[in-house]
Structures are given as C-alpha cells and as structure tokens.
Design a protein around this ligand. Structure first.
Ligand SMILES: [Zn+2]
Ligand SMILES: [Zn+2]
Length: 758
C-alpha cells in the first residue's frame, strides 16, 4: 500500500480444547507482542477468548502461529474467528477470568515435572533448589488441585498460600515460564514436605527426604504423598520388605507396580520396545506393562510381565537423587482393593499399621486419582486403568446436545459425563461392592456434574441393564427425567465405535468378558453382535451356554466354574485324582449342576478360560479378578508350538466341548502344560476367526470390533491379528478407554446419545 499505511483490522478468537492451565494465555500474550498487536486474552468458560487489533497481515501471522505452535501440553479442539470493529486499543493485556454460563473448557490432566523445572530443582544457585513443589506452566498438578472452574489460583488447593514477591514477580511477568502458573510456589511462600512417624513430625524439607531415604534403604515401608493420592513405597529388591508389604496390605498375589530412577533403569528390568518407551515417557507417565528381563521375588508372582513407571513428581526425583534404592515398589496406599488414600488424616488412620512413616506434602489433593496402567499392544497403546495423566480428558465427540451421565458397571467402575457432545471419562473408581469405592463413586459423580455446572433435571442417565447392580440402584435414585438402560456387552462394543466416532458403520462386535447381564436374564460374556451404534446391535452368535453353579462365587473359584462347563462333556476322567486334584469345592459344585440347584446359565468366555486353567492345575481360589486367565496366558506364552484345539461355530453357538475334550486328552497323555495352554488359546483364536469369516461374508461386513476384559489377553490379540488379516477383516480395539469394564461408561454414553430423545 502506498506510504506503508496498512489496514487496521480487529477480530475475536475463541479457542476450545485443553487450553487452560497449560500456559496458553502467556503464549498468546507473547505472540501478540511479537506481532505488535493490541487487545486482550482471558480464560472464559467457553475456552480462551482473544481480542486482537492491528494490521491485517500481522493478525494473519498471529493466527497461523497460534495453530502451528501452541504450548506442548495444550490440545486445541476448535478455533472460532470473527471479524469485529476496532476499538482503538493500544496495548495487549491479560484480563481477569469471567464466569458465564456452563463451562465447556476442558480440565487438563496432571502433568509430570518438566525438564526445565528438574534442572532448576537440582541447581544449587536456583531459587527453588530442592523445593519439592516446583512447577511451571508446562508441568505440575492440574486435575488433582482444581476445586472449581475457571482454572485460577483461588479455585485450586493452593489458595491458602499467597505468593511472595519472588513468585509474584514471575507469576505476573509475561516473558516468564511461570506467568500465570496457578500452582507456582517456592520454599519461602509455598507448602513443604515433612516426615511423620507415629504422631510426630520428625524432620522437614531436605532432612525429611534424607531420613526417608535412610528408611527405604533399611527395608522400611513408607507412605509417600503423590499427585492424586499416597503411595506405599519400599525397596523392590528387599524381599523381606516386599513380603511385609503384601502381608500388611492383604495383597496376596496381585502384581506390584515399580518405579525406576530413569529410562535406563527401566531398560535393565523390562524389554523396552520403542512403543513401550514412548508410553513410559509420555506426559501421562502411566505404569507400563512389559516383558520382564529379571525376576524380582514377590513383585509379580507367576507373571512374565512387570509394571514399570518413571518418577513424575519433584519429590520422587528428590528421593532418587538423595540415594533411594534404584527400584522402588510404588503401590497405591490402600488395604486390599479399597480406594487409594489421598487425604492426610485418612491416610494416617488407614495406613497406620502398614507404613512405618509418612512423607507428607502440605498441599491438599482435591480428588483421588490413581496411577494409570497401560501397555504397548499389538494394535497400539492400550489403557488398562485410566486415571492420572489421562482423566478427565475428553475421549470422544458424541452426536448429542443433551448432557448425559453414564455411570458404568459395578466392577472397575468409571463414569462418563457428556457436555456439549464431549465425553469426559472419569478416573478409575474401582469395585462398587466395597463401601469406600461406592462412596468414591458418588463423590466423582457429584464432582463432575458440579464442575461442569450441569443441571440434574437436564441429564440423561445411562446405566447397566443389570437390575441388581449397585450402579443401577444408584441411577434410579438420581433425580433425572430420562434414563437409558444399556446392555453390558453392547456397551463394550459401542465404546470402541465411540472412540472411532462411527455411529452408522455396520460391524461385527465381539464382546468377550467375565460377567454381564444378558437380554434373557442369563449371564452373558461370549457374544458376537452385528449392527451399529445408531441401529442397535443384534446378537448373532455366542459361546455355547453352560451352567454356572453358585453364581458370583464361581468367578473366584476356577474349579467351580469348571463344574458347569465340564458337565456337558460325555466322558470325564476322575477329576479328584492326579493330575487334576479338583477337591471338594468341585464335588459340591458338580452336585449343584446335576440337581440344577443354585445354577445360572452363562455364556461367559472368562469362565471358559477359568475352566482351562483349572484343568491345568490352577485349582486354588483367585485373589484378584482375571487372575486364572492371566496365569493361563503367561503359561501359554512359554510354549513355542501349538496345534489349535477345535472350537467350531455350530449354528449360532461356539462349541467349547471339542476344545475342552482336547485339553483333557492331552493332559492325560502327559503333554506339557504350556503346550496345552497355548493350543487352547490358539483354538479360541482360530474358532473365533472362522466364525467371524463366515458371519462377515453372510452379512457383508468388513470390520470387526473386539472389546471386553478377555481382550486384555495380548496373546489372543496377536493370534487374531494374523488370522483375521488372512480373512481381509479390519480389527478395531479400544485405545482411549480400557477394553475391560473401565470402558463401559463411554459405551453407555454413546448408545444413550443415539437413542435418548434430544
Ligand atoms: Zn516445569
Ligand atoms: Zn515464593
């Protein structure tokens, strides 16, 4: 333009997504200054709001850079831009947050301490040298400190620690990494850590860390406050300490997670593929399951995998730097399967007989968030427990404008809240039969609904179709005008399709799991459906029905489940004799089946796996859900050959009789157990593949969805991947939510979104 005069334009921009608490406003501020633009930015409840005035070209540059290089932890979902009238502004400012109507901003999950903060933590000349609550806009707590929206310091658990001059200067300096970092603090103005033994504070700060390290090295058990709750920690290589931990926690055999100093440490313990390493070092910092290279006594009995994680809080780094053992057991502070302790007084009370001392941080935790558990699977990353680092992120966009609350299943419970079509999945809550977990379930529901300011009367409540589930009973108590009951296994299949955003695609949906209430009132768990989320899923085929004597107790006793399945075989050897040794529980269960007393009909694949495990000598009671099936998979993995026992689709039934007959025949022939376990697994995979090939051509379908707890079995997935590729079938599995019942709430929400009136 002649004379260098440029047009002044103005626009308003709204950015939605994970844009609060991730350094977004300082980023916008710096970008505006760099482009000589006037205006303002603020955190609104609809996202980040920006007003810009300046030359046309500079505004365009600003928008280009905004899209191209947002802060690392931000996830932009949508950018709306409108032209407006210039107001003649001369500078650019960060304005106070405003509260409008319903918040639609997304709450950031908690973040691990960043490299820059770590460097400062160990720099003697730094103001925050060894300060355990160091953080910045790129790292630190988020979901676990937020008391309400918008995300500002008065709405966090840091509200009681006013900033001193040093922190205040950084907080208000747009060029600083801590500009508007809400949890920012230092040793002189912020909370600290102390060591508590009995009811005494025995050391503070650096002294507390040093004393804690001495105790860990001496084989003691410590409770250490983390981001979303307390951990119990001990030296993983001290077998006496590990055994004491198991006894005090009442945790007989379930594997313990371990924390290692760094990636090299992890590499020395487990097979670290590039995918596993990426998951281990991802910002969620989950516990990652990977094949073990070493056997650490007592950590993961009968299991070839170890669950490993890296330190993610400054305190964890301080402990390692001060000389803590290289490999620590880091398990949730709870007894048996109660929820993790996160409030100090509750932790002191519940852990008093378990922990020898407490490493206590003064910053309160707003809500409990466990460590997440993940694995680099054959189809990509799989989340087995979704909590810290992932929750409460949005996992899917559902085609609905009505708010929906889906309250999940009774085991491995999670809840999903849908607001403006975004499905926010809660952290793992646990098994609702435990009183504490049930209370946590009610708290999480209240928490999510009030955080997003949803009115109860507007909510559609989605729940499991099981009339006796505790979650169903809770759904009926909630004050809502609309309820949708969703069949368990259809919810599993829908959870995968929700992740893919596919509502009309026709698929074959396979749901293999332990227990779920079927349409006919029997216990389902080996189902093949055809259909779509929108049109519904029709049951095409299923595992042949067997009797389940004694109901729920059969899930804890493999021989009890076996009694029902084996009853259908024409001939059976004496199962009380060697090598089976089934014992009295089997005899009693068998009598129940014969008289048809206290028996339930089931198509549960989980119980079929239990039956095979029982035949291969896993005849004791399981001590955690899925243990016998995991044991069988681990045994199968040690065999290099197999023959794939027959598991044919006959009519609409997958017939387990030839499969179990072959297992028994090979046991009696003295064939190695690992070969039998492997051939059983291979038989399931081949039988399912053949059934799917047949059904897919009959129904002209090219995509198969696999979900349900049985598909945590990685060996089964490996077999299916190659077998179904031969049939030219595409396979979809869960990635954002677990294939186990932790994913049920998302599936319920998806089905409710399509079926509830708008
Ligand atoms: Zn940082
Ligand atoms: Zn300070």
């Amino acid at each position: 333009m002649p004379g260098g005069v440029t047009m002044t334009s103005a626009c308003s921009i709204r950015v939605r997504g994970v844009v609060q608490g991730v350094g977004f406003r300082p980023f916008v501020y710096r970008l505006a200054l760099a482009n000589a633009l006037a205006g303002w930015v603020l955190n609104g409840e609809q996202g980040v709001e920006i007003h810009l005035e300046g030359s046309d070209d500079r505004v365009k540059d600003f928008i280009r850079d905004l899209k191209a290089s947002p802060p690392k932890a931000a996830q932009i979902a949508e950018i709306e831009i409108h032209q407006t009238e210039p107001q003649g502004l001369v500078d650019f400012i960060i304005r106070e947050s405003v509260r409008l109507d319903r918040p639609t901003v997304r709450i950031s999950p908690d973040l691990p301490v960043c490299e820059e903060c770590l460097a400062e933590l160990f720099d003697e000349k730094d103001h925050r040298y060894l300060y355990p609550y160091i953080n910045c806009t790129n790292c630190g707590p988020r979901y676990s400190v937020i008391l309400g929206l918008p995300y500002d310091r008065p709405n966090t658990t840091m509200k009681d620690w006013p900033l001193d001059r040093y922190c205040g200067t950084e907080y208000h300096d747009p060029s600083n990494r801590r500009f508007h970092a809400q949890p920012v603090a230092c040793a002189s103005c912020g909370p600290g850590y102390y060591l508590r033994e009995g009811s005494d504070t025995v050391a503070r700060g650096k002294g507390a860390i040093a004393a804690a390290v001495r105790m860990l090295n001496a084989g003691r058990i410590l409770a250490v406050k983390g981001l979303g709750g307390y951990h119990l920690a001990c030296n993983a290589f001290n077998a006496t300490a590990v055994l004491a931990m198991r006894e005090r926690k009442y945790r007989k055999e379930k594997p313990f997670a371990i924390m290692v100093r760094n990636v090299e440490g992890a590499r020395s313990l487990v097979e670290l593929s590039s995918e596993t390493e990426a998951l281990l070092t991802s910002t969620a910092r989950p516990i990652v399951l990977a094949p073990a290279k070493v056997d650490i006594p007592g950590i993961a009995p009968d299991n070839n995998e170890l669950g490993v994680m890296l330190p993610y809080t400054p305190v964890q780094h301080l402990l390692f730097a001060a000389g803590a053992p290289d490999v620590l057991v880091m398990t949730s502070a709870n007894r048996s399967s109660e929820p993790i302790a996160y409030e100090d007084d509750d932790a002191f009370e519940r852990m008093s007989g378990i922990a020898d001392a407490f490493v206590v941080g003064e910053r309160p935790i707003a809500r409990r968030v466990d460590d997440s558990v993940a694995r680099a699977g054959i189809f990509g990353p799989v989340i087995l427990r979704r909590a810290r680092g992932y929750a409460p992120g949005s996992v899917a966009a559902l085609p609905t404008s009505r708010p929906i609350l889906a309250i999940g299943a009774d085991l491995k419970n999670t809840v999903t809240l849908v607001v403006n079509g975004q499905a926010f999945v809660s952290q793992h809550i646990g098994d609702l039969e435990h009183y504490e977990a049930n209370r946590a379930f009610e708290e999480v529901i209240q928490d999510l609904v009030s955080m997003y300011d949803v009115r109860w009367e507007d909510l559609v409540i989605a729940h499991d179709a099981h009339p006796q589930y505790l979650s169903t009973a809770h759904a009926l108590k909630l004050s809502s005008n609309a309820r949708v009951a969703v069949q368990h296994h259809r919810a599993h299949v829908a959870s995968v399709l929700a992740e893919h955003g596919e509502w009309n695609k026709q698929v074959l949906g396979v749901a293999f799991d332990g227990t779920g209430y079927g349409d006919d009132g029997t216990i389902w768990g080996g189902e093949i459906f055809v259909g779509s989320v929108d049109a519904g899923f029709k049951r095409l085929a299923h595992l042949r029905t067997a009797a389940l004597p004694g109901g729920d107790a059969a899930a804890r006793h493999p021989v009890q489940a076996a009694a029902g399945f084996l009853f259908q075989l024409d001939t059976l050897p004496d199962l009380h004799a060697e090598p089976f040794d089934f014992g009295n529980r089997y005899t009693v269960a068998r009598q129940l089946v014969e008289k048809n007393v206290r028996c339930f009909a089931t198509t549960s694949m989980g119980r079929l796996f239990d039956t095979a495990a029982a035949l291969l000598c896993f005849t004791r009671e399981v001590t955690f859900e899925g243990q016998a099936a995991m044991w069988l998979e681990q045994l199968a993995r040690t065999s290099t050959t197999c023959e794939g026992y027959p598991f044919p689709l006959v009519g609409s039934e997958l017939d387990f009789r030839p499969l179990l007959t072959a297992v028994i025949a090979d046991i009696l022939a003295g064939i190695a157990p690992q070969f039998i376990a492997r051939s059983f697994q291979r038989g399931i995979a081949e039988g399912l593949s053949q059934a799917l090939a047949q059904l897919s051509s009959a129904h002209r379908i090219d995509t198969v969805v696999l979900s349900g707890g049985v598909f945590q079995n990685e060996l089964l997935l490996e077999d299916l991947k190659s077998l179904l590729a031969n049939e030219h079938l595409e396979i979809w599995t869960n990635h954002a939510v677990p294939p186990n019942d932790g994913g049920i709430s998302l599936g319920q929400a998806a089905i409710a979104a399509l079926t509830a009136p708008q």
